[in-house]
Design a protein around this ligand. Structure first.
Ligand code: NAD
Length: 240
């Protein structure tokens, strides 16, 4: 049985990805820092292992690495959002976003590279369309996600010789807790108008692409940044 480790697995896109892997017969290691949500969701699923871990804390990430010598897929999905203009984004807000969204992806990948190499596994990092376009509200979030894209390409180039593939998924808007905390009604309306499919995506629509990229069907796909956004990126319109 193949094993995938999904960070931020207790809700939203990470939980949908967990369920999609399970439907394909994988074992899933669910990693999250929200103990209540993690325990509650994991208890309703079979073939999962839950690990309480904050991916922004080096010691906790190092402890995870000790548990695995063989891993078929790593989905670096855990993320936080904080929207605000440059002058209102103080250093602590900036660092909070970077520590989870960028440091977490770096540390998890570094810690699990031996296990991924042993299985010739795949990495999928979750960035965002907010990393592809600048906007007036996303100095920290957008910059962190642009970093995730660059990090993905570094991973693909450097780890390819170990047989590890690395790709990046950039979701458009999905109605998760993270998005609904920062999307005002104006942003929601503007996205509906701007997205060619005129709607938000679902968690499952993102999960389908993530699991495809981890599968054998994608065995020659690496170093790619793939938008799953209802066509938003193709419009050239700025972020609302
Ligand atoms: P969500 O808030 O529903 O779920 C995020 C999960 O990550 C939560 O369970 C949370 O506890 C966990 N988490 C956060 N920080 C963590 C940390 N440091 N360590 C461990 N777990 C942590 O959010 P979501 O919308 O499902 O987001 C998943 C990913 O998708 C994020 O990287 C986000 O930036 C990205 N994304 C989301 C959208 C969207 O519209 N929802 C759009 C583009 C990109």
């Amino acid at each position: 049985m193949k094993t995938a480790l999904v960070t931020g697995a207790a809700r939203g896109i990470g939980l949908a990805t967990t369920k999609e892997f399970l439907s394909k017969g994988w074992h899933v290691v669910m990693v999250d820092r929200d103990e209540e949500a993690l325990t509650s969701e994991a208890s309703q699923l079979q073939d999962v292992t839950e690990i309480l871990c904050d991916v922004s804390v080096p010691g906790q990430v190092a402890d995870i690495a000790k548990k695995f010598d063989h891993l078929n897929a790593l989905v670096n999905n855990a993320g936080v959002a904080d929207f605000g203009p440059i002058e209102e984004t103080d250093l602590s807000r900036w660092r909070t976003v970077m520590e989870t969204n960028l440091d977490g992806v770096f540390m998890m990948t570094q810690a699990l590279t031996p296990a991924l190499a042993a299985a010739k596994g795949a990495i999928v990092n979750i960035a965002s369309i907010s990393g592809l376009r600048a906007s007036t509200l996303r100095v920290a979030y957008g910059t962190s996600k642009a970093g995730v894209m660059a990090l993905t390409q570094q991973q693909a180039v450097e780890l390819g010789e170990k047989g590890i593939r690395a790709n990046c998924v950039c979701p458009g808007p999905v109605r998760t807790k993270l998005a609904m905390a920062v999307h005002t009604q104006d942003i929601i309306d503007a996205y509906h108008d701007a997205i060619p499919l005129n709607r938000y995506g679902s968690e499952d629509e993102i999960a389908n692409v993530i699991t495809f990229l981890c599968s054998e069907e994608a065995s020659f796909v690496t170093g790619q940044i793939i938008s799953v956004d209802g066509g938003f990126e193709a419009t050239g319109i700025g972020l609302p």
